[in-house]
Ligand binder design. Structure first.
Ligand code: THU
Length: 137
């Protein structure tokens, strides 16, 4: 059984809140995500589907975008919640983007039933594509 820390429970609560606003007319799968930034602020996102299916935005990348808008720089933790019958492990695109905003961090996934799983970003995205930026970021 995966036991959440108090902070991870808080992130899951915030992700569940974001899930309520998911725009998922095509898949019917509602996803919410919450990230904790370097200043311990929480930012949330939900999936936003497009009639042009490939333009769909995942909840994780929406949460990271919200963090960037708010001035956050780094992700310390990510929690993803979905209302489907599977655990919402982040897709490859989200793993790539997350790897650009986190050194390594816990990733918790949860269903609305409370079933949960955990991994580290390093497990999910072993050495990812990166430009060697001068500022390291
Ligand atoms: N989805 C996410 O929000 N995050 C993921 O990591 C994978 C999939 C969303 C996109 C789409 O709206 C729905 O789940 C079905 O793929």
């Amino acid at each position: 059984m995966t036991t959440l820390t108090p902070m991870e429970s808080e992130l899951a609560d915030r992700a569940r809140g974001a899930l309520q606003n998911a725009h998922a007319p095509h898949s019917g799968l509602r996803v919410g995500a919450a990230v904790l930034d370097e200043g311990d602020r929480v930012h949330v996102g939900c999936n936003v589907e497009s009639d042009s299916y490939g333009l769909t935005l995942c909840a994780e990348r929406a949460a990271i975008a919200a963090m960037v808008v708010a001035g956050g720089k780094r992700v310390k933790a990510l929690t993803v919640v979905c209302d489907g019958d599977m655990l919402p492990w982040p897709c490859g695109a989200c793993r790539q983007v997350l790897s650009e905003f986190a050194d390594d961090c816990p990733v918790v996934v949860e269903r609305l039933t409370g079933e949960a799983g955990r991994a580290t970003l390093a497990q999910l995205a072993p050495p990812a594509f990166r430009f060697a930026l001068e500022d390291g970021g």
